[in-house]
Design a protein around this ligand. Structure first.
Ligand SMILES: N[C@@H](CCC(=O)N[C@@H](CS)C(=O)NCC(=O)O)C(=O)O
Length: 221
């Protein structure tokens, strides 16, 4: 049996976990998946707090015991460790890398806080068997739509977020769009350029491998 190169602590339905799985698949790395059930608050147990001081998932651990949390930091790290394997997610050219970072970092402020509300109401609450709060969903959608409109204008002339090449910036967005494509598809369908980016990205073999992994991974619910 091939030894696992990495341990991934996460949950298959977690969008942040899926970003890390994307990098592991893109770099052809084998890993042991350790299911941390956030619905049972396993992320707050002392053994997990020892891995992640904020008690969140995902966390990646290598064979030496080196651990790292924050999904995008993990993806960036794996890309730097294996620069010649698979898709290069952060270019070596400083200007190109800066454009990738620009579109990645902005997602934490202009995109993630708003889409998270939509995901909680339409995907997480149903899994936790809690009712969707329609007022909160409407408020999150209203906050998200201006960012999606900016993305729609961006993709009128570009194929991917940065440098017309698939990158970390696309990985940062893709799992969230994948959820809203299922739960609130009008947010994508009404924006044809965003829809074209989503199609282009989800047609990649690595994304298909992530979705196959999600299907096969242990379920927490
Ligand atoms: N910015 C962090 C977000 C981590 C995060 O919020 N993870 C969620 C799951 S996607 C979580 O652990 N939720 C449970 C909690 O906050 O207690 C990352 O990208 O890793």
């Amino acid at each position: 049996m091939v030894a696992h190169q990495y341990k991934l602590y996460g949950m298959s339905v977690s969008t942040c976990t899926q970003k890390v799985v994307f990098a592991l698949k893109a770099k052809n790395l084998n890993f042991e998946f350790i299911n941390i059930n956030v619905l049972k608050r396993e992320q707050k147990l002392p053994e997990h707090i020892a891995r992640h001081p904020f008690g969140k998932i995902p966390v990646l651990e290598d064979e030496t015991g080196f651990m790292i949390f924050e999904s995008l930091a993990i993806v960036r790290y794996l890309d730097a460790e294996y620069p010649t394997i698979g898709t290069k997610l952060v270019p070596t050219d400083p200007k190109k890398a800066a454009v990738v970072d620009q579109w990645t970092y902005q997602s934490s402020f202009n995109f993630y806080p708003h889409i998270q509300g939509v995901i909680v109401e339409t995907a997480i609450k149903p899994v936790a068997k809690l009712p969707t709060d329609e007022a909160k969903l409407a408020a999150s959608r209203a906050l998200l739509e201006p960012t999606l409109d900016i993305y729609e204008r961006h993709f009128a002339t570009r194929t991917f977020f940065a440098n017309d090449e698939f990158s970390l910036a696309d990985v940062a967005h893709l799992p969230y769009f994948n959820v809203i494509n299922r739960t609130q598809p009008d947010l994508i369908k009404t924006r044809p350029n965003v829809a074209a980016w989503f199609k282009r990205s989800t047609e990649m073999d690595t994304w298909k491998a992530v979705m196959e992994w999600v299907q096969a991974a242990p379920k927490s619910h």
